[in-house]
Write a protein that binds this ligand. Structure first.
Ligand SMILES: Nc1ncnc2c1ncn2[C@@H]1O[C@H](COP(=O)(O)OP(=O)(O)O)[C@@H](O)[C@H]1O
Ligand SMILES: [Mg+2]
Length: 275
C-alpha cells in the first residue's frame, strides 16, 4: 500500500545504528560524550535514561548528525555516516526521523501541511519554497500525508491550524511528519517532557504503535524512568557522557537507578510523582 509501510528493512545487514567509541567535546570544551559504543537492532525499542546533562541529547544528535562527533564512528544500517556532509548529510536526516520535546511545527500551517512539509524538508528546495508548495501538493502526496495522520490517530484534525492543538496532539503531528519522511529509524529526544501524564501516555502509545506496525526501530530519551519501565524493551542508562547501564526494564532496581542518577536520583521520578 502506501510508501510508509515499505521502509527499507532487510535491505541493510546488521544493526540499524552502531556507534563505536563516540566522543563529543563542544567548542567551549564541555565533554558531553565519552567512548559511547552501542548497537540498536532493527527490532529495538530502546529507552535512554539519565539525569539532565548526562549526554542523552548529544548522543541522539550525533546519531542523526545534527552534531558532528569529535571522535569515534556512527554507522547507519552499516554505512559510516560520521563525516558525511552535503547530500550525504541530507540523506541521513531523511533516513532518521527525529522527534523533539518542543514539537517544532510550523504554527500557522494546518496539520496536513505540516506533514506535507515533512516530505520536503530534506529535499534541496529551500524551506520557503517547500512551504508554498505544501498548499498545492499533488493528490497522492496529500493522501499519503493523510495516511500518516491516520497512523497517529488524528486524521480528523488535518485542516486545523497546528497552533490550535493541544501539546499531545502537536507531538502526534510531529510523529506523523517524521513518518512522512519514510524514515528507517526513529529518534525521540524527551518527546513527552512537556506533556501531562495522560498525553504522555498517548504519545508513547503512538510511538509504540508505529514501531510495531511499521517495524521501525525507536531510540527514545526519557528523563524520568517510569515510562522507560513501561515502554522500553531495552534500557540504556547514561551518566556523565557515558553509557553506564544496559539492561531490561525489570533490572531497574533502586541500586541501578542510584548508579545512573547519582546524587540527582530525585530527577528519576521528579515530574511524574509530582503530577
Ligand atoms: N551546544 C552545546 N555547547 C556546549 N555544551 C553543550 C552544548 N549542548 C550540550 N552541552 C553540554 O553537554 C552536556 C550534555 O548535555 P546534553 O546532551 O544536553 O544532556 P542531556 O540531554 O542528557 O540533558 C551538558 O554538560 C551540557 O551542558
Ligand atoms: Mg536533553
Amino acid at each position: 500500500m502506501t510508501a510508509a509501510t515499505t521502509t527499507k528493512l532487510g535491505a541493510h545487514p546488521g544493526n540499524a545504528i552502531r556507534t563505536r567509541s563516540l566522543t563529543k567535546i563542544y567548542p567551549n570544551g564541555t565533554r558531553a560524550l565519552t567512548d559511547v559504543t552501542l548497537a540498536v537492532d532493527k527490532s529495538d525499542f530502546v529507552a535512554i535514561i539519565g539525569s539532565s546533562g548526562a549526554g542523552k541529547s548529544t548522543l541522539l544528535r550525533c546519531l542523526n548528525r545534527l552534531v558532528r562527533p569529535t571522535g569515534g564512528t556512527v554507522r547507519l544500517f552499516g554505512e559510516d555516516v560520521t563525516h558525511v556532509s552535503g547530500r550525504g548529510l541530507r540523506s541521513v536526516r531523511r533516513r532518521v526521523g527525529m522527534i523533539f520535546q518542543q514539537f517544532h511545527l510550523v504554527r500557522r500551517l494546518t496539520v496536513l501541511e505540516n506533514v506535507l512539509v515533512g516530505r520536503l524538508r530534506f529535499n534541496t528546495a529551500p524551506l520557503g519554497l517547500a512551504m508554498s508548495l505544501a498548499r498545492v501538493f499533488p493528490r497522492n502526496e496529500r493522501e499519503f500525508a493523510f495516511e500518516c495522520l491516520r497512523h497517529v490517530g488524528i486524521a480528523d484534525l488535518a485542516f486545523q491550524r497546528a497552533d490550535t492543538l493541544s501539546g499531545g496532539q502537536q507531538q502526534r503531528v510531529a510523529i506523523a511528519r517524521a513518518l512522512a519522511q519514510e524514515p528507517e529509524v526513529f529518534l525521540a529526544d524527551e518527546p513527552i517532557a512537556s506533556l501531562d501524564p495522560r498525553s504522555a501516555e498517548t504519545v508513547m502509545d503512538t510511538l509504540m504503535h508505529i514501531h510495531e506496525t511499521h517495524h521501525i526501530p525507536v531510540l527514545v530519551n526519557l528523563h524520568h524512568i517510569e515510562f522507560a519501565r513501561d515502554y522500553g524493551r531495552r534500557v540504556l542508562g547514561m551518566a556523565r557522557g557515558r553509557v553506564c547501564f544496559e539492561g531490561r526494564p525489570a533490572d531497574l532496581d533502586d541500586e541501578v537507578i542510584t548508579g545512573i542518577y547519582g546524587a540527582k536520583v530525585g530527577e528519576a521520578f521528579g515530574q511524574l510523582s509530582a503530577a
